[in-house]
Design a protein around this ligand. Structure first.
Ligand code: FES
Length: 344
């Protein structure tokens, strides 16, 4: 039997090499993507660094590459077959599901004030960029101002629906960057962006049929769950989808008719609008609670459930703790907060 070797990549990931297959083919089968062209050892585009272990380079010339200790070698992934466990380094490798990050300049098609402090911004991708730009529902982009300051915003639109990109931006009076971004977007025709970013996303085809989806957002965190919800609905999934949107006051629901419309049109969608400071919303007849409390009150358990949540770190960790107390595993809850504000 041909032996299976281990391929360790960039000190981050590892896969089992398929017996007799090239490094490129093994990576490809495991869902990784890298630059490749001729696939026969001629163009050299697939050059990678072999840091440890031995390979057989089958083309352009059959040779065995046995590394002297600590002496990396350049090999061609398309025709190099591991003959031991190996360690390699690859520039520009994309993990399974990871998309190529790109910078581009797009037109600012509209800036519309949705509430006292939230603006909806529509960005129009250039014709040449439309096909090249891919993102997953739930990912974010960065706006890059001419002085190179950057700010991150969740993409509020679904990748399936339009070539335009929608953002929801809150104006924070004491927030210098938020004021600079809104000032720039309202007075200029174009803006530079970089996308896609973030590991908190959901692909409809990856969703098991028996999974319940909970989308829980506070404030403009709604933008991220809007993208995910619209992606799921565009793909006509029949999974139960529970959408929680929490705010301090009723006036903070800057697009509340939209999720209510989803619920009216799709029997698998339930929407829960929750406010935490009823004293500032005298006409409010809906639910009053903190968002984490509302979610855990509605579920006996979280088996076969995936939660996507967006909001402040305090809210996200409060929700995480409350759901964990009812049996949720950390692998079932997803938020960008876990990456940018990890618990100490
Ligand atoms: S793809 Fe051309 S040498 Fe590997």
């Amino acid at each position: 039997m041909t032996e299976r070797y281990r391929i360790s990549i960039n000190d981050l990931y590892s896969i089992d090499a398929e017996p007799g297959l090239s490094i490129f083919d093994s990576l490809h089968q495991a869902g990784y993507r890298m630059r490749v062209s001729c696939r026969n050892g001629v163009c050299q585009i697939c050059k990678i660094t072999l840091l440890q272990g031995h390979i057989e380079q089958r083309y352009p010339a059959l040779k065995l590459c046995l590394l002297a200790e600590d002496k990396p070698a350049q090999v061609y992934a398309c025709t190099a077959v591991p003959v031991s466990d190996i360690k390699i380094e690859i520039d520009g490798l994309l993990r399974p599901g990871e998309l190529q990050m790109k910078k581009l300049v797009c037109d600012i098609a509209a800036v519309e004030q949705l509430s006292d402090d939230v603006y909806r911004v529509r960005l129009h991708l250039p014709v040449t960029g439309r096909q090249a730009i891919e993102f997953h529902a739930g990912q974010y982009l960065e706006i890059i101002l001419p002085d190179q300051r950057r700010a991150a915003f969740s993409i509020a639109s679904a990748p399936d629906l339009s070539s335009d990109i929608e953002l929801h931006i809150r104006r924070i009076p004491e927030g210098e960057m938020s004021l600079a971004i809104i000032e720039y977007l309202t007075h200029n025709p174009r803006v530079e962006i970089e996308l896609p970013k973030g590991d908190c996303y959901l692909e409809a085809e990856a969703l098991a049929a028996d999974t319940t989806v909970i989308l829980a957002a506070a404030s403009t965190g709604f933008s991220q769950i809007k993208s995910i919800a619209e992606h799921l609905l565009a793909n006509q999934v029949s999974n139960p989808i529970h959408i929680y949107w929490g705010a301090r006051a009723e006036a903070d629901f800057y697009l509340h008719r939209l999720p209510l419309q989803w619920a009216a049109e799709h029997t698998n969608v339930q929407v829960h609008l929750v406010i935490s400071e009823p004293q500032s919303s005298p006409d409010w007849t809906g639910r009053t609670a903190l968002l984490p409390e509302a979610v855990v009150a509605d579920f006996e358990h979280f088996e076969n459930t995936e939660i996507f949540t967006s909001g402040s770190p305090a809210m996200v960790y409060a929700l995480t703790d409350a759901c964990e107390a009812k049996g949720l595993q950390m692998t079932q809850i997803h938020s960008d907060v876990f990456a940018y504000a990890p618990r100490q």
